[in-house]
Design a protein around this ligand. Structure first.
Ligand code: AMP
Ligand code: MG
Length: 185
């Protein structure tokens, strides 16, 4: 079985969005994890050009993404279509760290009138990792990587690298506890 691991970056500010702007997806990081071989693959960064907000300096400091970079991106609708076409995203269970990524996709699909590109079965790996590996205590993704004996790879807060690191944590969990843990969530 293949699982799709997703991590989004969004426009953000230190506090609330400025008047007239809203948090919007600017990067969909994605990779696959084969649950038999426990090997992550097909890592990709899909840049999305925002239409209802700008990339703030705060956001660039957090993610490294600039307005110029995301201006080269595709539309949110095209990004969703790409996930369906290249990753068969409706046919596989998908995973993200926490519920933020799922909620952002749900609300942005509704507000942009774009079909939801994922399978209905979503695994909140932050919660499952807490339950299975840490006595119910949830932790941030970077800490979780360390807690399973790995080092972060790439740039933290970039979608593709975050997705890759999440897949590596899931691989350790599956190695230690088997595929049965996927039924727990
Ligand atoms: P992450 O996957 O941890 O890189 O976070 C995903 C998105 O959440 C970022 O692109 C931001 O939009 C938002 N975010 C994460 N951390 C912060 C923060 N400290 N302040 C404001 N927004 C944040
Ligand atoms: Mg991220």
């Amino acid at each position: 079985m293949k699982i799709i691991v997703v991590d989004i970056e969004a426009t953000c500010w230190r506090k609330n969005p400025p008047p007239g702007e809203q948090n919007e997806i600017i990067e969909v990081g994605v990779c696959l994890l084969d649950t038999e071989t426990l090997t992550p693959s097909h890592k990709k960064s899909i840049l999305v050009k925002p239409t209802r907000s700008k990339v703030s300096d705060f956001c660039t400091k957090l993610t490294t993404l600039t307005q110029e970079q995301v201006d080269t991106g595709i539309s949110f609708a095209e990004a969703c279509a790409m996930l369906e076409k290249e990753y068969e995203s409706k046919a596989h269970i998908w995973v993200s760290w926490g519920n933020y990524d799922r909620k952002m996709f749900e609300s942005q699909c509704i507000s942009f009138g774009v079909p939801y590109p994922f399978h209905e079965q979503h695994i909140n790996l932050k919660e499952l990792h807490g339950t299975v590996m840490n006595k119910g205590q949830k932790m941030g993704m970077a800490r979780a990587v360390k807690s399973v004996g790995l080092e972060l790879i790439g740039t933290h807060h970039r979608g593709d690298d975050d997705a890759w690191n999440i897949a590596r944590v899931l691989a350790v969990m599956l190695e230690a506890h088997g595929q049965g843990i996927l039924e727990q969530s």
